[in-house]
Design a protein around this ligand. Sequence first.
Ligand SMILES: Cc1cc2nc3c(=O)[nH]c(=O)nc-3n(C[C@H](O)[C@H](O)[C@H](O)COP(=O)(O)O)c2cc1C
Length: 270
Amino acid sequence: MKTVAETLTAHRSIRQFKADKIPQDVIDEVLQEAIMGTSSSGNLNSYSMIMTRDPARKQRLYELHGEQDFILQAPLVITFCADWYRTRQWLQLRGARDNFNNFLGYQVAANEAMLISQSVTLGFEARGYGICYMGTTLQAMQDIADYLDLPETCLPITTIVVGVPAERPDRRERLPMRAYVHDEIYQEPGPSDLEELYGAREETGWQRYMSMPHLRAMCEEGGITSLAQMYTSPYKYDPDAYAATSLRVLEALRGRGFLPSGLDLTQPDE
Ligand SMILES: Cc1cc2nc3c(=O)[nH]c(=O)nc-3n(C[C@H](O)[C@H](O)[C@H](O)COP(=O)(O)O)c2cc1C
């Protein structure tokens, strides 16, 4: 098994998988280690993990996740949920006051779901398995919650697919460490810092997109001439789509009891 440093160094998101199943004892070992080895707010463990292996159920998740085909290839899909339902049922059983059906509850449990997802990820990667996160969980939050039968104050936060890698992609670049690290107080980057921090990424990222004929054609058609423009274009993280999804996420929070049911979510200009 790889050490933590070896695991992090070897990390690449994997989007092509072999058909091999993951032995149940390996899955159990990874999950048990992650559960025991992940810090938890108040040790209340406000998360749940839904394991999907059934091909028919994976097919429906594939549809809900914007048809990302690696879901169909990977033998295991894990949906990590912010979950106060179990804890709140226990509180009720013991005659304790109810809580966590509020926005702070959501935020705490969403953090827990992300933390456990990364521990599980490291456990699988240390054993040579590959994973890919799926941010589409947030886009389809409500529908995924319904499909997985999630109860009140339980919502999906992120998803990973897991399996034996059938590809070995190049390691993806990151910004230099000084972009993320601030000494004592936040040091605002000026234009020349941004030039320096993003220069290399702009070049390699843009070259990467231009090497893919369909993306190159889309950029030419849409008048997109830089990596930054690409990121907030309709092909990537469109601001209008982000605003619409934000509302859907808020509706899902309200629907599952994390926000007051009477909260008005309509936009002022509607
Ligand atoms: C929260 C989260 C959501 C992501 N969602 C997707 C996704 O929906 N589809 C996908 O192909 N990759 C997804 N990724 C993977 C990222 O694209 C990937 O981590 C990033 O490009 C860096 O590449 P690397 O993981 O190989 O270093 C996601 C990653 C994170 C952390």
